[in-house]
Design a protein around this ligand. Structure first.
Ligand SMILES: Cc1cc2nc3c(=O)[nH]c(=O)nc-3n(C[C@H](O)[C@H](O)[C@H](O)COP(=O)(O)OP(=O)(O)OC[C@H]3O[C@@H](n4cnc5c(N)ncnc54)[C@H](O)[C@@H]3O)c2cc1C
Length: 511
């Protein structure tokens, strides 16, 4: 096998003939030999540095070589196998369940929210009427926080496990196979619900269980080492092992741990604003004015350091919209999502500042929940400013100059934006660093980014968990409660769809 790289103009398909010619050259075989090679494309990325090109990585094989397939393990019938309770049906919970099926354990999934279709109605009510269902919203419900998202699958967490397993499983359940080769793969919120539903159907067909509207309120470790997991006021499920994959917004779970005296640790996270630009501007910046409609909607990402703290873009949604990601009434949180076509006229991204527990000593009295209380207070302050899910908003240059905006541009955020002094509403730790970051990005990295056509909306505060549920690095069990596996983003060991899925696989593998 030889890996070759081929470049190709955007808007043009790479042909089999082109690959054949390049492959023969790479293998040192004369084209006259008419040797029919085998090949597969393993990666496609866009190079927009000069001429805008697709860059393909292709594995080529001589006719006598075997081209190995990626083989996924089969799922077993687990109807009468030992149950393992999984709390939460997000990426971590779903992929833990799939791994349990492969290894012959019966996943019993307890999910506080509704199935992916019923969930859509609650999200529509949330956006249109401002009515927050605390169990069914953009963070809670089947598929977890990632279902109604951009479905970006790009991750740097290759050391956590086999990313290809996650991608191949997603394709098995209905995702477009292009995610297997794209350098920045994404699925889109119009396609993710089908994938999530197909995963559920597979788990149930093989003997696993799903229980919706099942908020876990207590976990009791019994004398024989097994667990009673309490749902609502009266239901109890039992098993020897429990995977806890409740995501970064399940504050009641952290509070339950705190009440029980089970170890938790304060953890840093990041907070800032959602920034919305016209997508046409981002296309112009990223493609140096050469954007054509057949090109993918442009993305961006950046990281910088201001006053000893990281400031970075987070969960950029090209051609996306802003959504209210609150999980309780009286709080305001924004996030972003896109459909598979990424075809709205806006580009949005979180631009956030790293926060460490020592940055806010006034919250130290809350022990490991210090930053959770801080996060809650900021979200409440944002809500109180408008008295609704309308987001306090300010134009970018006005924010940096500390002056009010006279009128706001249009926004994709359905509940609407209210003209507000965001520079004062945000904690100074965040506000001051953003003030310096935006002009720097505009001057040094993306000319045109720093503009008053960009709108900042507050607050982006659910970037990762502000609490860690510590676990043994080898067994992945909680440091004090054996048999309990804190898992995924809520435990503080993952961030994003793929890394949470990998963590789910790892916890299930340990079991
Ligand atoms: C709008 C939005 C867009 C996003 N876009 C992207 C993206 O494009 N790419 C990306 O990689 N990441 C994205 N993310 C982040 C990503 O969704 C998360 O990192 C990922 O879903 C975390 O997976 P998880 O399984 O650990 O937790 P979650 O997905 O949060 O799942 C936790 C599940 O547990 C359930 N639960 C919570 N408490 C209880 C309880 N007490 N009892 C029973 N069930 C409970 C919840 O209802 C939820 O379904 C986005 C997030 C949001 C909100």
């Amino acid at each position: 096998m030889k890996e070759i790289e081929i470049t190709c103009r955007l808007g043009k398909e790479l042909s089999a003939d082109e690959i054949q010619t390049a492959a023969l050259k790479a293998l040192g075989v004369s084209p006259k030999a008419k040797m029919q090679i085998k090949y597969r494309i393993v990666r496609r990325s866009i190079d927009a540095r000069n001429d805008i090109l697709y860059r393909y990585k292709v594995e080529v094989f001589r006719p006598d070589e075997v081209m190995p397939d990626y083989v996924l393990e089969e799922y077993k019938d687990v109807s009468s196998s030992e149950p393992v309770i999984i709390v939460g049906a997000g990426p971590a919970g779903m992929f833990a369940a799939l791994r349990l099926l492969m290894r012959g354990f019966k996943p019993v999934i307890l999910e506080r929210g509704k199935d992916v279709h019923a969930r859509k109605f609650d999200m529509a009510r949330l956006s249109k009427e401002g009515d927050v269902n605390p169990d069914s919203n953009y963070c809670f419900g089947e598929g977890g926080a990632g279902t109604f998202s951009d479905g970006k699958l790009y991750t740097r967490s290759s050391k956590r496990g086999d990313i290809r397993e996650v991608l191949h499983q997603l394709v098995r359940f209905g995702a477009d196979p292009s995610i297997l080769i794209d350098a920045h793969p994404h699925i889109g919120s119009d396609r993710l619900p089908v994938v999530v539903e197909n995963i559920r159907k597979c788990i149930i067909e093989h003997g696993g269980e799903y229980h919706f509207d099942s908020r876990v309120t207590d976990i009791v470790k019994k004398g024989d080492g097994s667990f009673d997991v309490h749902v609502g006021a009266s239901d109890v499920y039992s098993s020897r092992k429990v995977i806890l994959a409740t995501g970064h917004s399940a504050r009641d779970i952290y509070e339950m741990f705190d009440r029980k005296g089970w170890e938790l640790q304060a953890k840093g996270f990041a907070m800032g604003v959602r920034v919305e630009h016209p997508q046409s501007l981002i296309n112009r910046i990223q493609y140096h004015g050469k954007y054509q409609p057949y090109m993918p909607t442009a993305e961006y990402s950046f990281v910088t350091q201001i006053e000893g703290r990281g400031v970075f873009s987070f969960c950029m949604c090209p051609g996306g919209i802003l959504v209210p990601a609150s999980t309780a009434s009286g709080e305001l949180v924004l996030n972003g999502m896109s459909n598979s076509q990424r075809n709205s006229k806006w580009a949005n991204a979180g631009v956030v500042v790293q926060i460490e527990p020592e940055d806010f000593p006034e919250y130290a009295q809350h022990g490991p929940l210090a930053l959770l209380h801080f996060q809650k207070d900021v979200e409440r302050k944002m809500f109180e400013y408008t008295g609704s899910l309308k987001a306090p908003a300010q134009r970018m240059m006005d924010f940096c100059r500390r002056v009010p905006s006279s009128g706001l541009p249009q926004t994709s955020y359905h509940p609407g934006a209210a003209n507000a002094p965001l520079h004062e509403l945000l904690p100074e730790h965040v506000s001051l660093r953003l003030k310096y970051a935006f002009p720097e990005i505009g001057n040094k990295k993306m000319h045109g980014y720093y503009t008053n056509d960009a709108l900042l909306l507050g607050v982006e505060s659910r970037t990762s968990s502000p609490v860690r549920i510590p676990r043994d690095p080898e067994t992945l069990e909680h440091t004090q409660v054996s048999g309990l596996y804190p898992c995924g983003e809520g435990a503080g060991y993952a961030g994003g769809i793929v890394s949470s899925a990998l963590d789910g696989i790892n916890c299930a593998s340990r079991i």
